[in-house]
Design a binder for this molecule. Structure first.
Ligand code: GRF
Length: 203
């Protein structure tokens, strides 16, 4: 059973998908905390309706954030962190404390179309203008840089001839909502093994 804290910035649809998977027992976890870098996010409102402990970092100085986050994680006895649309880098002291126990979801097939500035609509615009015929979603472990770190799970969607960034985003998001709980369940079952930069899933 994972004690999970989810980091969010905005809409929170992945948070809701994870929450649904927990309630349907597809994911053996408890969401013990939600951390947001914005105090007025729908994701944080959702957490409030579910009476989940919350931390907003909006008014916090950069140097203070690592300390605040670690205190919150300790208080909620978090043992795993899922970034779900979190738009900031995780302070290095948090990455160190939770190394190999932090995942992120990215709306493209990494290592393509990732890195700083590659978020939201920008990702899907870049995918379309590159001319690739498939896109998808990636769940990966988090390290000190954006969108790097060993890949836990990926799933493809087709890029269609008449796609707009919005249409593609919608198709990818549906896949995100499926694979994020599935990937987290691999950690709950302790089936994830790191071999160099590769993640091997034990059966
Ligand atoms: C998702 O597309 C996720 O891949 C990206 O940010 C978006 C967050 O959406 N990292 P939501 O807040 O979970 O609805």
């Amino acid at each position: 059973m994972l004690r999970l804290t989810v980091f969010v910035s905005g809409r929170g649809s992945n948070l809701q998908a994870i929450h649904t998977a927990v309630s349907q027992r597809r994911l053996h976890a408890e969401i013990v905390g939600v951390v947001s870098n914005r105090s007025a996010s729908p994701a944080l409102e959702f957490a409030q309706t579910q009476q989940i402990s919350r931390l907003s970092l909006e008014d916090k100085q950069a140097q203070q954030q690592g300390y605040e986050i670690l205190a919150f994680l300790e208080q909620t006895r978090t043992d795993f962190i899922a970034l779900a649309g979190y738009m900031k880098l995780i302070p290095p002291e948090v990455v160190t404390a939770y190394r190999h126990r932090i995942t992120n979801i990215h709306p493209a097939l990494l290592p393509s179309f990732g890195g700083k500035g590659m978020y939201g609509r920008h990702v899907h615009e870049a995918v379309l203008s590159s001319g690739v015929k498939v896109s998808g979603a990636t769940v990966h472990l988090v390290d000190e840089e954006y969108d790097r770190g060993p890949i836990v799970m990926q799933r493809c969607v087709p890029v269609l001839d008449d796609d707009t960034p919005e249409a593609l985003a919608t198709r990818v998001l549906e896949v995100e909502h499926t694979i994020y709980p599935e990937a987290l369940q691999l950690f709950a079952e302790e089936r994830v093994e790191l071999q160099g930069n590769r993640i091997i899933t034990r059966s």
